[in-house]
Design a protein around this ligand. Structure first.
Ligand code: FAD
Length: 463
């Protein structure tokens, strides 16, 4: 066999949580190299420290990969799926194809960064180019620092510093066409269907199929619709769960069907007098996502370890599995909590206000360790996110960065009266609520709140 010409050695693009072709700097760089492009996704269920996506996330991932594969085929390339430990699998692919280079967009979790570093250094030792890009955050974590050079631990100055930094770059276009690379027979690919990402028995995904169409094209439609219909009133209505007033872009961001740069600049383009307040509030929510990722960068183990370690002494009582089960199934007798948990189970998302209330109820009324709640959300949210999910759970628990103080206990009944005044949201998810068939609350709000505050004293004493 003759040696491949230098210009025929492929450029590998390693897709991870950036399942899009537009504004994808890694794909762009590979295409610009003039080499054949080899697009790959690695399903890694072999590296034990990596947190595998939960069930709802796997459902989304499957469909988003189908959509990405179709888009790449239209451009002249295709998506190759490999299965195995990422570090070894990518390294072997580079060697088997004698790739000239590998390109990817950065991840920010601790294990992910270690894997990426290892692949990069082996590739370079082998004489290949290995280049990573910032694409999934507006601001790279090491660029936003306090005057002392440390990471911010409070949101408001953090976001102020972001807004004072150079503006996020303009999003790039999708490539017009790609020269797809041929794959040598030595590379063992896996059909997407063999990964088993979709539920089979039982098929619980009916509600997800009704609620969502994963993929980059649908993501763009959704962004356009939100900006046209809802941006103006976003600030006033974003807290009302009965109104469809938020963007519902979280799974798009989680899986990278849209980049935050695309959302940021599309929002800026819509900013006028009527939408200015909505646009600023919406941008600051994207800011919370940035803050969560920067916090993950500093605290890679935040899904399991309290950011404020004094919370390690919190005296969690023995777990009552039946209470956890009632919460998971939306059978606590607290209408707003039950509505949220049922919305989650059916659609794979829950309104932000209700996420706060259900989380607070689990932690501060059922006195169940936040990690149990975080894990359930991880399994059932289509937007379950390695930064946003643990960050927000710790925020509610009081143990996190710039967290709500522990003694601020949401009262789910007052929250319902305030944010779901006419009961539209509760009735949608708990139709039996005002029919007389609805159960009594499984706990007394006042007593459990007192117990939680007493337990909190233990933390205060340990300081
Ligand atoms: P919009 O109001 O339209 O906001 C736009 C975007 O800003 C969101 O898509 C999201 O990317 C970001 N954003 C908004 N609020 C927050 C926030 N509090 N923290 C970080 N980013 C935010 N969000 C996730 O994306 N994944 C999660 O796993 C997740 N888990 C959560 C767990 C708890 C206990 C709580 C209280 C919140 C959690 N959130 C999570 C944050 C928030 O609830 C969702 O991002 C939001 O409800 C998604 O709806 P949206 O896209 O319509 O939001």
């Amino acid at each position: 066999m003759s040696e491949p010409r230098e210009q025929d050695r492929p450029a590998v693009v390693w897709f991870r949580d950036d399942l899009r072709i537009a504004d994808n700097p890694a794909l762009h760089a590979a295409a610009e190299s003039g080499r054949p492009v080899l697009c790959v996704f690695v399903w890694d269920d072999a590296t034990p420290e990596l947190r595998a996506p939960g069930a709802a996330g796997r459902w989304w991932l499957h469909h988003s990969l189908v959509s990405l594969g179709d888009a790449l085929e239209r451009l002249g390339a295709r998506l190759t799926i490999l299965r195995g430990p990422s570090e070894q699998t990518v390294t072997r692919l580079l060697r088997d194809t004698d790739a000239a280079g590998v390109f990817w967009n950065r991840r920010y979790g601790g294990v992910e960064r270690r894997i990426d570093e290892a692949v990069k250094s082996t590739a370079r030792d082998d004489g290949r180019e290995a280049t990573s890009f910032g694409a999934n955050l507006l601001f790279e974590p090491w660029t936003i620092r306090t005057g002392q050079g440390t990471a911010f631990s409070v949101y408001t100055p953090f976001w102020r510093a972001c807004l004072a930094a150079p503006a996020p770059r303009k999003p790039g276009p999708a490539p017009k066409s790609l020269r797809g690379a041929a794959l040598p027979g030595t590379v063992k690919t896996t059909p997407l269907d063999d990964l088993g990402l979709l539920p089979t028995h039982p098929d619980w995904a009916e509600g997800l199929r009704e609620a969502w169409e994963p993929g980059e094209k649908a993501a763009h439609h959704q962004l356009e619709k939100f900006l046209a219909d809802d941006l103006g009133a976003y600030r006033e209505e974003r807290d009302v769960p009965g109104v469809d007033a938020t963007s519902r872009l979280s799974p798009r961001l989680r899986w990278g069907e849209l980049s935050p740069h695309q959302i940021w600049h599309a929002t800026e383009e819509r900013r006028d007098r009527a939408t200015a307040q909505g646009a600023a509030t919406f941008a600051s929510e994207l800011g919370w996502r940035e803050f969560a990722y920067h916090t993950l960068f500093e605290h890679p183990d935040m899904a399991t370890v309290n950011i404020h370690r004094e919370y390690d002494s919190f005296p969690w009582p023995r777990l009552h599995p039946s209470a956890l089960r009632a919460w998971q199934k939306g059978r606590t007798g607290m209408p707003l909590v039950d509505a949220g948990m049922r919305e989650l189970w059916r659609t794979g998302v829950m309104h932000n206000r209700v996420r706060m209330v259900t989380a607070s109820f689990l932690i501060k009324n059922l006195l169940i360790d936040w990690r149990h709640g975080e894990q359930w959300f991880w399994d059932t949210l289509v937007d379950a996110d390695p930064a946003n999910n643990p960050f927000n759970w710790q925020w509610v628990a009081g143990s996190g960065a710039d967290a709500a103080p522990y003694f601020r206990v949401f009262n789910p009944e007052l929250q319902r009266e305030k944010f779901d005044t006419h009961g539209d949201y509760v009735r949608r998810w708990v139709p039996e609520w005002d029919t007389g068939d609805y159960p009594e609350p499984i706990v007394d709000l006042k007593e459990t709140r007192q117990a939680a505050l007493a337990a909190y004293d233990a933390v205060k004493r340990s300081r």
